[in-house]
Ligand binder design. Structure first.
Ligand code: ZN
Length: 321
């Protein structure tokens, strides 16, 4: 009799757990409480204790809990990993923070247009070849925030992460580059010279900036007047950096975190001023992959020219580990 009773109780428990399990696998709602979830080696007592807290267990399961999960942090990480895989497929991720051996290539483009003899203008056909090649070969394009978090906090990003940057904010970034970026679902960053916004037809205007910004293209600063900062005193530099940041912050209601130094020129005052103005990262034109050991305000980039073929791009990225 006693044995029969125990069998019924255990069957009921198994049935209940199965139903919850199915429910959790099909539910995507992110809400959680800090409770342990049942474990592969659970004793019956432990399992029963969990069933008494049915609501908490359910909440944990909704957040993506797995057998063997004990803490909310694991549950949330697993959940994030699962969502990431749903969006990007089964690709490996990597931790870039404070890892001297880990480098992220930051590609530096300027204009996306054709002009005979001008290496700074990459024709749109060539640009499309580059972006398509990156996508076909499993590269993941980072937003500026993802890049910053990857190198500073260790937030995991895909193994083949890359940052695409465009200096100066040419109009053709919008007319030629943007449709290609959208087509391949690529993210990127445009460093704008704020003094040109709504002033010169050759550069992107406020409306275009807003549209780009709400479509995965980050807008960051390339100063107000595009003067070589190392030729200015500290106060003048601070003004260039502060005014441009404030203009973008206001226009997009955001916190601009990156500065790209015109012509790659900077001195010690520049770094001080960039920090005081509120930037978190600074990009130079020094050649190389970006790495935290270079210093957050002296990050290197890889120049891409009109003559850079897909084969050369492949070569540039072949050192990527
Ligand atoms: Zn520039």
């Amino acid at each position: 009799m006693r044995n029969k009773f125990l069998t019924v109780v255990i069957s009921l428990i198994i049935a209940t757990v199965s139903i919850w399990w199915t429910f959790f696998l099909t539910n995507n709602n992110i809400s959680y409480k800090e409770v342990p979830v049942f474990n592969r080696d659970s004793t019956k007592t432990f399992l029963l204790a969990q069933l008494n807290n049915a609501e908490e267990v359910n909440g944990a399961k909704r957040s993506g809990a797995d057998l063997g999960d004990f803490y909310t942090i694991d549950i949330m990480n697993k959940k994030k990993e699962r969502i990431f895989k749903e969006q990007h497929g089964d690709i490996k991720t990597k931790d870039y923070a404070n890892k001297e051996e880990n480098f992220i290539p930051v590609l530096m483009y300027h204009s996306i247009n054709y002009e005979a003899g001008n290496e700074l203008r990459v024709p749109k056909e060539r640009f499309e070849e580059h972006v398509k090649w990156l996508k076909d070969n499993g590269f993941y394009t980072l937003s500026m925030k993802e890049f910053y978090e990857a190198i500073t906090t260790g937030k995991r990003v895909p193994e083949k992460s890359i940052l695409l940057t465009f200096d100066d904010g040419y109009k053709d970034n919008y007319t030629n580059g943007f449709p290609i970026m959208k087509k391949y679902k690529a993210k990127g960053t445009i460093f704008v010279i704020t003094g040109t916004i709504d002033v010169s037809e050759s550069y992107i205007n406020s409306e275009e900036i807003k549209e780009l910004s709400s479509n995965d293209i980050d807008i960051e600063s390339h100063t107000v007047n595009h003067v070589e900062l190392n030729g200015l005193n500290y106060e003048q530099q601070l003004k260039e950096l502060k005014d441009s940041k404030e203009k973008i912050d206001r226009l997009l209601n955001k916190n601009t975190i990156a500065i790209c130094y015109p012509v790659g020129k900077l001195n010690e005052d520049t770094i001080k001023a960039a920090e005081v103005a509120g930037y978190k990262v600074g990009f130079t034109t020094k050649s190389g992959y970006s790495n935290i050991s270079q210093g957050l305000y002296k990050l290197k980039r890889v120049r891409i020219n009109a003559s850079t073929t897909v084969e050369q791009l492949q070569n540039i990225l072949s050192d990527y580990k």
